[in-house]
Structures are given as structure tokens and as C-alpha cells.
Design a protein around this ligand. Structure first.
Ligand SMILES: [Zn+2]
Length: 198
């Protein structure tokens, strides 16, 4: 029973199928108590110590409503829209970008085009309130990513038109080869994609 419950819980992880979920459950069964205790403590802290930024929606370790990036006044007045937290982390690690972010929460599904769980409304509100100089759309170079990028442009169009001076909306250049995800891109690829944005 416990085993089935573990498998069921692991199946909710992104990208994890039934076989991997069972492997994880077997793995845990084989661990000593110290490991299990560490895991339990870490899991308990996820909700008590990790916060979600109210401005960019990334998860961060710390206090306050805004993360360190959003609170940093030396950051450029540019908002890069990424799919997920790991994309943001990878771009930060590359050190080639000094603007701000917005974490959308995924891509539109091609099956049903469902917006559920995606923060289009929050993005619209943030851009309306902050009016940045530029918005860089950094969704993946996949069919879903392209589709989501078009949808973001559609969502932001009324703001662009309402402005006296239109906000510049760009998309990362295709330095990213087709199908490559930002999460796995190296520093040079990210740097080129940023330079070649249009
Ligand atoms: Zn933030």
C-alpha cells in the first residue's frame, strides 16, 4: 500500500512515468533511516522556507514578498518571460542577462490549448502596472513554445496599443536549435539567443 502511494506521488513529478516512479519507490525502500529522515526534513521545509515571489512568481529561499532579482534596483527595466524556474536559473547562471523575469508556469498544451496553471493574467497585470522598456519572450524553440509565444503576444497586444509609446516585444533568437529547451542550453547559446533576439 505504501509502495503504491509512493508511486502515485512520484507520478505527479514533471516528466516522470510509471517505470521511473517505481524505481524511485524501490530506491527509497533501500535507503537507511538517516537518509529518509533528511528527506522528510527537506520536504517539510519546502513549504515553510521557500516562498513564491509576488512579482515574477519564481520560488526563492528568503524573506519578503519579492525575490532578490525583483528587488534589485540595478537590474535593467526588461522582463524576460520564461516557462519555468529551471530556465530562469540557467539564464542567471550564464550571467549574460541583467534584466528581470516572469515565470509563466509552463506552455500551452497543443491538445486542448488549456491555459490552466499558466499565469497569463498575472503577466498582463504585471506589464500593465510596471510598463517595462522591453519584454523578451523566452519560451522553448518547440511547437508548443512557438504557440505559447504567439499567445503571449496576443495577450499583451492591448497594452501595446494603449501605450503612447509601444512596448518593445522581442523573442529570443534561434541560436537555440529547434527543439532545444532553455533549461539545457549552455552559456554561449543563451548569449547568442539574447543577442539575436528580434
Ligand atoms: Zn521575483
Amino acid at each position: 500500500m505504501v509502495f503504491d502511494k509512493l508511486v502515485e506521488l512520484f507520478l505527479k513529478f514533471p516528466g516522470i512515468g510509471p517505470r521511473q516512479a517505481r524505481r524511485f519507490a524501490f530506491f527509497l525502500a533501500g535507503q537507511n533511516e538517516k537518509y529518509i529522515e533528511e528527506l522528510i526534513n527537506a520536504l517539510a521545509q519546502v513549504k515553510s522556507e521557500v516562498r513564491q515571489c509576488l512579482s515574477c512568481y519564481r520560488f526563492f529561499n528568503g524573506a519578503g514578498d519579492k525575490c532578490g532579482i525583483c528587488a534589485n534596483k540595478n537590474r535593467e527595466d526588461i522582463v524576460m518571460v520564461v516557462e519555468k524556474d529551471v530556465d530562469l536559473e540557467n539564464i542567471e547562471k550564464s550571467g549574460v542577462y541583467n534584466g528581470k523575469y516572469f515565470v509563466l508556469g509552463g506552455v500551452l498544451s497543443l491538445n486542448n490549448g488549456s491555459e490552466s496553471g499558466l499565469r497569463f493574467k498575472n503577466l498582463f497585470e504585471k506589464i500593465t502596472a510596471n510598463k517595462p522598456e522591453e519584454i523578451i519572450i523566452a519560451t522553448s524553440a518547440t511547437v508548443e513554445g512557438d504557440n505559447t509565444a504567439r499567445y503571449i503576444q496576443k495577450v499583451l497586444e492591448p497594452i501595446r496599443q494603449a501605450q503612447g509609446e509601444p512596448i518593445k516585444i522581442t523573442r529570443l533568437g534561434r541560436g537555440l536549435s529547434t527543439g532545444t529547451e532553455l533549461e539545457y542550453s549552455d552559456d554561449e547559446t543563451i548569449s547568442n539567443a539574447l543577442k539575436n533576439r528580434k
